[in-house]
Design a protein around this ligand. Sequence first.
Ligand SMILES: C[S@@+](CC[C@H](N)C(=O)[O-])C[C@H]1O[C@@H](n2cnc3c(N)ncnc32)[C@H](O)[C@@H]1O
Length: 273
Amino acid sequence: MATARELIAGSGLPLLEARMLLERALGVGRAWLIAHDDEALPDDRAAVFRDWARRRGNGEPMAYLLGEREFMGHDFQVSPAVLIPRPETELLVETALEHLRGRATPRVLDLGTGSGAIAVSIALARPDAAVQATDLSAEALAVAAANASRLGAAVTFARGDWYGALNGAAPAPTYDVIVSNPPYIAAADPHLSQGDLRHEPPLALTDRADGLEALRAIVRGAPAWLRPGGALWMEHGWDQAARVRDLLHAAGFAHVESRRDLAGIERISGGYL
Ligand SMILES: C[S@@+](CC[C@H](N)C(=O)[O-])C[C@H]1O[C@@H](n2cnc3c(N)ncnc32)[C@H](O)[C@@H]1O
């Protein structure tokens, strides 16, 4: 029988991570853990914690071990079938919501929804919006649909290759805003074999080309799916903003701009029809 203090000390993990994993293994909160840190814990719970601590030590992301990640103030369930939502993607949600301000019952399309973080956050912030989300991965769509239902967000889901997911909808719907955080890491980027990225689905990370392939497809297809005055906003890599702006100009978008994340990096670009 081990105590919380012994398990945490023996884990070799940073204190915060060890506490978070032990809280989850025991189903208790931080205050309980601190108040009872010298109490003997059940062997089966200690075994779960030791297994998670070992996996964390081998680099598995905290979000996959805990099964959740907070985004826009909501707890999203995540599995290795989906990208772990990143804080910088909140800029995309905030920008889409800004564009929708003053538009009643807007229509929104989120391409490559993953955990549903973007689509669900928009739907929760704007319950009057009709939000459509797509993904090529059936496993990701199952995670996204479960998140929508658990968080009480009205989102419809379709599976397919970018706009191909919407084929068959008659008449073809048009949207006030299209948002996407597509895979934008180039196939040759060494970061793919480092850190959390090693554990995330390759389909969510890389286009298996130069990093711009998915962004090209999304920009190219957007005009057919946007209402006049509608906007397209996409997240992209730290060094891709100028090239994404060029793509938007070439596709006929106006008022093309990029916005910086909290680290000062041009993280999203968009334009208006
Ligand atoms: C970077 S992840 C973004 C996930 C989520 N939107 C987020 O921001 O956390 C990209 C998503 O695009 C999906 N995807 C990749 N290729 C696709 C394609 N050709 N058509 C539709 N979705 C695709 C992946 O399965 C993945 O869920």
